[in-house]
Design a protein around this ligand. Structure first.
Ligand SMILES: Nc1nc2c(c(=O)[nH]1)N[C@H]1C(S)=C(S)[C@@H](COP(=O)(O)O)O[C@H]1N2
Ligand SMILES: [Mo]
Length: 494
């Protein structure tokens, strides 16, 4: 069989240029938000194996993880200028396209026998690929494999990129999801944990980059016109026209990047709408997963970064000074039984309950902590929600424009959870970390833990829990302070 370049393969190839370039730019945006790579879940400062920042941690100043962010230019990052939420949305939009088109491609590949262009059927191919490499290194062009449009080295390289590297990237992306790592902690652990998976995802990017440079270089070496004509027409008989059309195609992609970047920076919510449209259905699937984490205490990390500044009021300081004796948690809203509980009451209800889990910040840092507290569903049982209740809101002492102006928003910090999430066994309000009081920076005296979600939703310094019949009337109506302020979804499970 003569393999050639069927039309669907050419379309896929062109679409992949769009996907991969957007993946790389939005991936750099995501990396920039926590521009360090670690080997273990504690992400201990000073132990990164790679760094993409020159910032140093100041010694005598509160240094939240937001302060570690890098502000990359839109020339390298999508959209650039430190917009993690938007970068993530672009990454997800591309994943949906890449995976769906990729699935069609794989079906066609195997249905038409085109798989033979990638998968070697004899060990000879490996020998031949080695010889081809030697041929290239002596500045000559190796011969094609019989019946193939390219040589053995190309066959193996393309096979690797299409059938191994691409699924590897998709997989190492998904496995970073706190929902997946929460439901199947052993799977995440088997691969070395979130930081190792994040590092692998980066190494995958590096291999892609090397491939792309080599691939483009080879196209030029073999003859830009003849090679791109194959990508356009399937054969090299019209190199001039083919070369021109392909170049025009590349220009269109360039313009697409410029347009998309400007749109994202100018009207960010429009990108959120697109992302939600194509991506939410998948998040709804993930939202059915329940965290089943029970890490051994030996894995508790000594280091626990924090994000966000604690409340800066005399009242809060007084609470801290008096060991939270005056703290009262209010539970109210749509309940039969509104309650006011002291920390002592909470300890009693808790009966020593604790869970040892991984914290996953949306920026990428992690830590393992033993959180002592009370499952929210137990508090709800006591408060007795009234009919019509759909969500639970957690309100913080922290008033953002007063306490943490650098975060760039206003109003009290809050988060809401849907009914199912509020009732998940590992959704708790925690009052202890590693058998001790929660440190002030980590949310003392009481903070929320949502173990299948990213960290920004886990409201710290909780003062009041309110049972509600919809979250649209709170804040800007997007379900939480970060959702209101930046491009984040309440269903942030990846
Ligand atoms: N009230 C309040 N809660 C908050 C934040 C905040 O700024 N204010 N930051 C969130 C973010 S982004 C993360 S990652 C976690 C951090 O929890 P930690 O400080 O215990 O690491 O808290 C979340 N809860
Ligand atoms: Mo975070």
């Amino acid at each position: 069989m003569e393999l050639g370049f069927p039309w669907w393969l050419r379309i896929e190839h062109f679409a992949n240029i769009i996907f991969i370039t957007f993946f790389i730019r939005s991936g750099i945006e995501i990396l920039g938000t926590f521009p360090k790579l670690y080997r273990s879940l504690d992400c201990k400062p000073g132990t990164a194996w790679a760094k993409f920042t020159i910032k140093e941690q100041p010694k005598h100043k509160y240094y939240g993880v937001i302060d570690e962010e890098e502000n990359y230019s839109p020339f390298v990052a999508m959209p650039g200028t430190n917009k993690l939420g938007a970068g993530r949305y672009w990454h997800w939009i591309m994943v949906v396209g890449f995976v769906n088109l990729g699935a069609v491609y794989l079906v066609l590949l195997f249905a038409t026998g085109q798989w033979q262009r990638y998968i070697p059927t004899s060990l000879n191919t490996f020998m031949q690929a080695w010889n081809d490499m030697v041929t290239y290194l002596s500045f000559q062009v190796p011969a094609h494999v019989e019946g193939m449009p390219f040589n053995a080295l190309q066959q193996l390289t393309y096979g690797f990129v299409v059938l191994i590297l691409s699924p590897f990237q998709v997989l190492t992306g998904f496995l970073q999801s706190p929902a997946i790592a929460g439901r199947w902690p052993w799977l995440s652990q088997l691969l070395g944990g979130r930081q190792v998976i994040r590092s692998m995802h980066f190494v995958g990017l590096a291999i892609y980059a090397v491939f792309i440079v080599g691939h483009v270089f080879m196209v030029v070496v073999h003859g830009y016109g003849t090679e791109t004509a194959k990508m356009v027409f399937g054969d090299s008989s019209r190199p001039l026209v083919g070369g021109l059309i392909f170049t025009a195609g590349l220009l269109v992609i360039l313009l697409l990047h410029v347009w998309a970047t400007r749109l994202t920076l100018g009207r960010p919510r429009s990108i959120e709408k697109v992302a939600n449209l194509v991506w939410r259905p998948f998040l709804h699937v993930l939202s059915g997963l329940e965290s089943r984490q029970d890490y051994p205490e030996s894995m508790i990390t000594e280091n626990h970064r924090s994000n966000g500044r604690c409340p800066q009021t005399p009242e809060y300081q007084a609470l801290v000074t008096h060991d939270y004796d005056d703290f009262r948690l209010e539970i109210g809203g749509l309940v039969e039984n509104p309650m006011t509980l002291t920390l002592e009451d909470l300890r009693e209800i808790s009966k020593g309950y604790a869970q040892t889990t991984v914290h996953n910040c949306v920026q990428g840092f992690t830590s393992v902590g033993k959180w002592g507290g009370i499952p929210v569903r137990h508090l709800l049982e006591l408060a007795k929600p009234l009919p019509g209740a759909t969500d639970v809101a957690f309100m913080s002492f922290q008033q953002m424009d007063r306490d943490d102006p650098d975060a760039g928003g206003s109003g009290y910090f809050y988060e809401t959870t849907g009914w199912v999430e509020a009732h998940a066994p590992q959704t708790i309000v925690a009052f202890s970390l590693n058998d001790d009081e929660i440190p002030v920076d980590n949310g003392a005296p009481l903070r929320l833990r949502l173990e299948t979600s990213t960290g920004f939703r886990m409201c710290k310094w909780v003062e009041r829990i309110e049972v509600i019949d919809g979250y649209h009337a709170i804040g800007h109506g997007r379900g939480g302070w970060w959702e209101d302020t930046d491009l984040y979804d309440r269903l942030q499970l990846i």
